[in-house]
Design a protein around this ligand. Sequence first.
Ligand SMILES: [Zn+2]
Ligand SMILES: [Zn+2]
Length: 346
Amino acid sequence: MSLPLEMTAVVFDRPGEFAVRQVPTPRPTPGHVLVRVAASMVCATDRKILSGMFAGTTFPHVPGHEFSGEIVALGPQVDGPPIGTRVGVEVHVGCGSCARCREGLYNLCLNYGKLETGHAHIGFTTAGGLAQYASVPAAAIHVLPENVTLEDGAWTDNLGVALWALERGRLVAGERVAVVGSGAIGLCAAQLARALGAAEVVLVGRGERLARSKAFADRVVDDATPLFGSMDLVVEFAGTADAARDAIRLARRGGRVVLGGATGQGVELSGLDLSTIVRGHLDVLGSVANPKRVSGRALALLADGKIDVRSLTTHHFPLTRFADAWATFTERRDGAIRVMLRPQEK
Ligand SMILES: [Zn+2]
Ligand SMILES: [Zn+2]
């Protein structure tokens, strides 16, 4: 297949400024595959990248880290799946040889940002999938199960993030689980907790999105107070100090709390009685991203019909209408949860 010389892409030109325009189509470098992007979503992290808050990003930058597509070319030294394979993309690729990578924790790669070591944080330190084509390391791809659509496959990374937090929290069948945060990842975590056998899943959230969340949990509440001290496992995906405090207070004595919301640097946790943790005998854990091939396991659950991500994909746009998509997402128009761009559509 001959590739076009140019493609349409979203370009963050400098902090606060973006455009949709023609750029050279990437060619896959050694160890990379070229993905023709079918579906690509935006998330709150893209907002941080655009604002210039993310130190590892250099402008101009092609963003996009929640996407799927079809392999259309293989770079040199790639022993990957054949051309035509449908894949979802995982965002963190480690160098493969540092101490953390060798533990399987490539999300914590000690060579972060050093592209020459093979490290890539797709859509952050390297070009991403808000474009018609993306060249990504073969280590980033997950072959989509036959019955997972390309659109659902764009959730590969998100599902891994949600599942990893539950694995961190050692969820055991029959437990009561609270998920704090009714955004996309929280709603994935709630569904996955059910899939893993939780007896009851309570979703704690706010606003218009909470009403949309009812199908994904046994109970949705906007005030966690009556449930303080009662949950076996609490997983937080809201990314605020208030949410973290609620999460810790929700756990029963001897329970586990996993804080997974992206706060960025500089958010402090105050106003919490330390005895809640110490006398509460709590495990309070942090969780970031999705190591150890967890996204592949999440895709297996998706293929098995255990999770509905289609209902979370609330809006669709062709890539050329990125500005509308961006406004819909950032202003949370019509209860937007995830906004999907289709780069191959006119
Ligand atoms: Zn994201
Ligand atoms: Zn590494």
